[in-house]
Ligand binder design. Structure first.
Ligand SMILES: Cc1ncc(C[n+]2csc(CCOP(=O)(O)OP(=O)(O)O)c2C)c(N)n1
Ligand SMILES: [Mg+2]
Length: 584
């Protein structure tokens, strides 16, 4: 039973059952807060506005830590990185119209990378919907393609159930963002909250247990293979299956390559690690994939940045694909042995059936490629090389920091030169490639992991997009570190212009501000570095800093990321190998 727009309770019709006890009546806004708490939410991100006033009033004294970004996009990235760093669901709230629209990039980023977020948006009063009311936007229409699920709540009676379902949908199966749109009158309406809240999701089924026969087939293929490669993605991390991955690689003796989002799932200091594969992956990973006779894909989706030219991808390989999402099986490449389910459970079973094989010839071949084509750079010039900065950060943090990134060369160098050792350590926008992700992501990760060192390795232009969020870090005393690899350019695009557009640097140079001064103006610490010899001591000072801190490092301006698989080429047709070899 509920009442539209009113504090007072009135039965819907004379024939309805006896009125609920007044003491159990709750307004929608209170139901939202109570349901969030029931779901274990102790931290959320959000920005206020007219139609979320009732909710924000309830949040005023709720036992939930609230982080207010300076822009809703930043808040959504914070919730996203909070989820990636903690393994929990990130929660974001925004007002209707412009607030909701500002979430779109953040939701799309989370959708592409399968990150669990529950976004709550306010909406205009139910009776005004469709009226072009002030700050009305068709939020569910706009966000449908960038959410795993979304809906509008039109009746306060459904509110608790729908929010509970939102958390379940966001965090189960292939995770993703869920948006719930709540008209302001639903926040105000009261209803009885007697009885348990049951989910009603008849069409939503999650298969976690893998088919035993398929698992046996996979084990047999592994036991028979002479030249296998494990190719793992972000799904290993979201399934918390890194321990099982390590056991599998050890027991069956398999080399492991990771996608950008898979970095951290396997300790890169181990000899079985082939590091990242794909467009800017290692030559040894790309060669191994092209030469392997068995490719075991786990929680990865054969994205085009990984496969290069599809027709010639892993041409000799039988393919096993273990994934929670049946829709990604045989989507891009034909899969011989699909196993649908939860990676942790499936690997647990698979480990039992695999046998150790030495595969000496295969590992010798890999060792040869590793020796010939390591990630390299020329550190002899007096200019500051971005790779050197990252190596220095990796050395001083002993491979233990949480690293977030912008998008572009900075992101690829971070992926190539920081050696990740554990899951949830590398937080980067992979699928959508969202510039501006790095700083708010560092904030979200630091909120989730207050004891960790969190460093945003950023690009100058990526940082330009969301730098206002430094004020958020300052307000909450979050000791994040931002390391801007400042080449003055939109470097990755400039690299393509250099290679494919005859060095016509069209619109990839924009004048930048003095970032150290910007940082200080916003209450953070700011430092500029333009001498190579200063890098170690500035990194040391940055790591010791308790306040948010920005170091603006003026790097070699036209440094490129190597190797590189040009679009349309097979992944063993890498450019830049001669350049890497000449640096040996
Ligand atoms: C929001 C957004 N707009 C545009 C792009 C296209 N883009 C990809 S990389 C890049 C340049 C990034 O420049 P910067 O942040 O300075 O990084 P760098 O490559 O120089 O390290 C651009 C414009 C993008 N990925 N995201
Ligand atoms: Mg740049």
């Amino acid at each position: 039973m509920f009442i539209r727009k009113g504090a007072e309770m009135k039965p819907k019709s004379r024939s309805s059952a006896k009125p609920a006890d007044k003491s159990t009546l709750k307004a929608g806004a209170q139901i939202i807060v109570d349901t969030l708490i029931e779901q274990g939410v102790d931290t959320m991100f959000g920005y206020t506005g007219g139609v979320v006033l009732p909710l924000f009033d309830r949040l005023y004294d709720a036992p939930i830590r609230f982080i207010n970004p300076r822009h809703e996009q930043g808040g959504c990235h914070m919730a996203d990185a909070y989820a990636r760093a903690s393994g929990k669901v990130g929660v974001m709230v925004a007002t209707s119209g412009p607030g909701a629209c500002n979430l779109v990039t953040g939701l799309a980023t989370a959708m592409m990378d399968s990150v669990p977020i529950v976004a709550l948006t306010g909406q205009v009063r139910t009776e005004l919907i469709g009226n072009d009311a002030f700050q009305e936007a068709d939020t569910t229409g706009i966000t449908r393609p960038v959410t795993k699920y979304n809906c509008i709540v039109k009746d306060v009676k459904d509110l608790a159930r729908i929010i509970k379902e939102a958390f379940y949908i966001a965090s189960t199966g292939r995770p993703g963002p869920v948006l719930i749109d709540i008209p302001v009158d639903v926040e105000v309406c009261k209803c009885s909250t007697d009885g348990p809240v049951e989910m009603e999701l008849p069409g939503y089924r999650v298969r976690t247990k893998g088919n035993a026969r398929q698992i046996s087939l996979a084990a047999q293929a592994i036991n028979k293979s002479n030249q296998p490669v494990l190719y793992v993605g972000g799904g290993i991390i979201s399934a918390n299956a890194s321990d099982e991955l390590r056991q599998l690689a050890q027991k069956a003796h398999l080399p492991v390559t990771m996608t950008l989002l898979g970095l951290g799932s396997f300790d890169q200091r181990k000899p079985e690690s082939l590091d990242m594969l794909g467009m800017h992956g290692s030559a040894y990973a790309n060669y191994a994939v092209q030469q392997c006779d068995l490719l075991i894909a786990i929680g990865a989706r054969f994205d085009d940045r990984v496969t290069g030219k599809l027709a010639t991808f892993a041409p000799k390989a039988k393919i096993i694909h273990i994934d929670i999402d049946p829709a990604s099986i045989s989507k891009n490449v034909h899969v011989d042995i699909p196993v649908v389910g939860d990676a942790k459970e499936i690997l647990g079973e698979l480990i039992k059936e695999v046998e150790f094989r030495e595969r000496k010839k295969w590992f010798d071949k890999i060792a040869e490629w590793k020796k010939k084509y390591p990630f390299r750079y020329d550190n002899t010039s007096s200019e500051i090389k971005p790779q050197y900065v990252i190596e220095e950060i990796c050395r001083q943090t002993q491979s233990d920091a949480i690293i977030t990134t912008g998008v572009g060369q900075n992101q690829m160098w971070a992926a190539q030169f920081y050696k990740f050792t554990r899951p949830r350590q590398f937080i980067s926008s992979g699928g959508l490639g969202t510039m501006g992700y790095g700083l708010p992501a560092a904030i979200g990760a630091q909120v989730a992991k207050p004891e960790s060192i969190v460093i945003d390795i950023d690009g100058d232009h990526s940082f330009n997009m969301t730098m206002t969020e430094l004020a958020t870090a300052v307000e909450h005393n979050l000791p994040i570190k931002v390391c801007i690899l400042n080449n003055g350019y939109m470097g990755m695009v400039r690299q393509w212009q250099e290679l494919f557009y005859n060095k016509r640097y069209s619109k990839t140079y924009l004048a930048n501000p003095d970032y150290a001064a910007v940082a200080r103006a916003l209450g953070a610490v700011g430092e500029t570095v333009d001498k190579k010899a200063d890098v170690p001591k500035v990194v040391k000072a940055m790591l010791a800093e308790k306040k948010p801190c920005v170091i603006d490092i003026r790097i070699e301006r036209e440094e490129n990321v190597w190797p590189m698989v040009p679009t349309g080429k097979s992944i063993d047709e890498m450019s830049g190998l001669d350049i890497l070899e000449s640096m040996a």
